[in-house]
Design a binder for this molecule. Structure first.
Ligand code: ADP
Ligand code: ASP
Ligand code: MG
Length: 406
């Protein structure tokens, strides 16, 4: 008997028929003699619809993040009840739990809370009593009982964190594709399924736009050593195993290509070039919990310089408002400008550590396709560029081809 955590994403539970399909799969696992905790997401489209509803009732003022979490958590709460009902109707013994009921405690950063502890005694008790546990993804509670959510795609994190807490033998992330591909198969049709990938590569891909896994969930899996499989809820094909790096993995130079749309660039010009300027800019942005991605500071030839950074288009207005007082202090001529319509393309692979020439090959492929590179950043195992958003699909295809990933 194994203890298995399974996670079913929004599309996998998107209709009553899909919920019945998921219930059957969970039941098969239970009937094969295993203990099962199944984490489910909101039915596809529900979280987005809830966000739209909040916008409709609040107009120009931003809804309170505390109430946002109360609202968003209902999406998953609907699915756990329906999945447990479906299983019970099949004669199984299933029980639904919200994040709070399952002992998932978080910090108080509403809408992107971090898990602080999990007290899984209740879950173990239900499993020992032969129940199937259906757990709401994406949510938890603060130590003083406020409902929180874990950021978009957060059900992946619920599954991986619960697998770590209950020391599960297996963690399976079921989704609407057969696994992790060399690029989003919706954009690059000849993308190939990757049989296994290291945590570091999956993390770099997830944090550069490969939304098949939430990046924070991969970070957690790496930190606590939780191997997991990504596979389809609609067939039984083998998926992708995400695990600790092995020797043979380094022989592949580029594991995959990621793309991220809806990015924006903020440029602060004429910043006085003295210690502390960058710290004030990024301190203000960090305090507002805004995630900054690429940062470029020009070499200064005079006493002032320019700083540019990229961020999600959705965060631009807030970044401009928290930066307004900082800009005023940084210098009389300091100005701020934001542009959107930007997307990011990244190539990722641990083999890059021991191979040179990857950047030039990537840039050559883009140049040949007539695509202009706006910004560049690199890490040990990743090279990212920003391009016009209109060019991103073509950019992904030519770079994917250039590295023979198809
Ligand atoms: P779920 O609702 O199951 O959490 P998501 O929509 O979050 O599913 O993630 C699955 C989607 O991720 C796929 O439908 C696919 O379009 C997209 N995706 C992006 N990049 C990749 C990739 N490299 N490999 C597989 N899927 C990818
Ligand atoms: N329902 C949440 C979302 O759409 C969480 C998830 O699906 O993982 O982001
Ligand atoms: Mg997801």
């Amino acid at each position: 008997m194994s203890l298995i955590v399974q996670k079913y994403g929004g599309t996998s539970v998107g209709t009553p028929e899909r919920i019945l399909n998921v219930a059957r799969r969970i039941l098969e696992t239970k009937q094969a003699g295993h203990q099962v905790v199944a984490v489910v997401s909101a039915m596809s489209g529900v979280t987005n619809r809830l966000i739209e509803l909040a916008d409709e009732v609040t107009g120009d003022s931003k809804p309170s993040e505390r109430e946002m979490d109360v609202l968003l958590s209902t999406g998953e709460q609907t699915t756990i009840a329906l999945t447990a009902m479906a299983l019970n109707a099949m004669g199984a013994k299933a029980v639904s739990l919200t994040g709070a009921q399952a002992g998932i405690e978080t910090d108080g950063v509403h809408t992107k809370a971090r898990i602080s502890t999990i007290s899984p005694a209740g879950v173990h008790e239900l499993l020992d009593d032969d129940h199937i546990v259906i757990l709401a993804g994406f949510q938890g509670k603060t130590s003083d009982g406020k409902i929180t959510t874990l950021g978009r795609g957060g059900s992946d994190l619920t599954a991986i964190a619960m697998a770590a807490a209950i020391e599960a033998d297996l963690c399976q992330i079921f989704t609407d594709v057969d696994g992790v591909y060399t690029c989003d198969p919706r954009v690059v049709p000849n993308a190939q399924k990757i049989p296994e990938i290291s945590y570091d590569e999956m993390l770099e891909m997830a944090s550069s736009g490969t939304k098949v896994m939430q990046s924070r969930s991969v970070e957690f899996a790496k930190k606590f050593g939780v191997p997991f499989e990504v596979r389809s809820s609609l067939n039984t094909n083998p998926g992708t195993l995400v695990k600790e790096e092995t020797m043979s993995m380094e022989s592949v130079v580029i594991r995959g290509v990621s793309l991220e749309r809806a990015q924006a660039k903020v440029t602060i010009s004429n910043v006085q070039d003295f210690p502390g300027s960058a710290s004030r800019v990024f301190g203000a942005v960090a305090e507002a919990n805004i995630m900054v991605d690429m940062i470029v500071q020009n070499v200064s030839h005079t006493s002032s310089t320019d700083i540019s950074f990229t961020l999600s288009k959705d965060d631009v207005a807030q970044a401009q408002s928290v930066l307004a007082p900082v800009i005023a202090e940084l210098g009389e001529d300091t100005t701020i400008e934001a542009t959107d319509g930007i997307a990011k393309l990244s190539v990722v692979g641990i083999g890059m550590r021991s191979h040179s020439g990857v950047a030039s090959e990537m840039f050559a492929a883009l140049a040949e396709a007539g695509i202009n590179i706006q910004m560049i950043s690199t890490s040990e195992i990743k090279i990212s560029v920003t391009v016009a958003e209109d060019d991103i699909d073509k950019a992904a295809k030519v770079v994917h081809d250039a590295f023979d990933l198809g």
